[in-house]
Design a binder for this molecule. Structure first.
Ligand code: DGL
Length: 265
């Protein structure tokens, strides 16, 4: 799986918890983050390069695009281009979103690239045309997470400004349509208030992976089935790997002690 940085760790956590027997290779493309403000065509090229790298160098059986911006930019192309199954985070997130709403009015927040791509607007309309959707881009949120600043006064002030249109729109459910945002859940929830349910795509994406693996007999089996002994997790960063280890340990856990450096040619 891959993301521009630390965000995909929210999906990795859900995946390891649900499928402890699976080997995992995680690439945080921190040397080129943030993806959100970049043209979608550039993000598509990054996604293609990383997917090729995972298949050629790690022999992966499935790729999870654990980044909404890259899913919006590249999922269809990757699915056509590569032979292994490729799963994104947008459809699973939308499934959780439309099933969680009670008043039929929902919100999605994401990067500028994700929201401008129209991917969520199309996915929500396809999942349930009766649901009313309000979207907002939240430039700056990803940078706060990458700096490890998840509940400072500054991020709170920014959240109050960026989330105001969603409060005005009277939504009852908000999808965190960027895999970095669950790390800001406390701040976002404080600003949105107790009546708005926050939904992330991490768990639902892990469920999609499990369905796909078991449905196609690709799931890894081991003697102590399901307990995770023998599963190898490898973590790579294309940027500052010591920071990746340090913040990664805080966000995901001690597994990130072993993060390795990845240098693009
Ligand atoms: N975590 C990525 C996402 O879900 C975005 C981060 C970025 O802007 O790099 O969209």
């Amino acid at each position: 799986m891959f993301d521009s940085g630390f965000g995909g760790l929210t999906v990795a956590r859900a995946l390891i918890d649900l499928l402890p027997a699976e080997h995992l290779v995680y690439i945080g493309d921190t040397g080129r983050y943030p993806y959100g403000p970049r043209p979608l065509s550039e993000v598509r090229e990054f996604a293609r390069q990383i997917t090729r790298h995972l298949i050629d160098n790690h022999d992966v059986k499935l790729v999870i695009v654990a980044c909404n911006t890259a899913s919006a930019a590249a999922l269809d192309d990757l699915q056509h281009e590569f032979d292994v199954p490729i799963i994104g985070v947008i459809e699973p997130g939308v499934r959780s979103l439309v099933s969680a709403t009670r008043n039929g009015h929902v919100g999605v927040i994401g990067t500028v690239g994700t929201i401008a791509s129209g991917a969520y607007q199309a996915a929500v309309a396809a999942a349930d045309p009766g649901v009313k959707l309000t979207c907002a881009a939240c430039p700056g949120f990803v940078e706060f997470v990458e700096r490890g600043e998840t509940d400072s006064d500054q991020v709170h002030v920014l959240a109050e400004r960026l989330l105001a249109p969603l409060i005005d729109a009277d939504i009852d459910t908000l999808l965190l349509g960027c895999t970095h945002y669950p790390f800001l859940a406390r701040t976002i929830s404080d600003v949105m208030g107790p009546d708005v349910v926050l939904v992330s795509s991490a768990d639902e994406t892990a469920f999609s992976v499990r369905r796909l693996l078991t449905g196609s007999e690709l799931a890894r089996t081991e003697p102590a089935r399901g307990r995770g002994e023998g599963a190898v997790h490898r973590w790579y960063s294309s940027g500052d790997v010591s920071w990746f280890r340090e913040l990664g340990r805080r966000l995901l856990g001690p597994e990130l002690d072993h993060a390795e450096s990845l240098v693009w040619p």
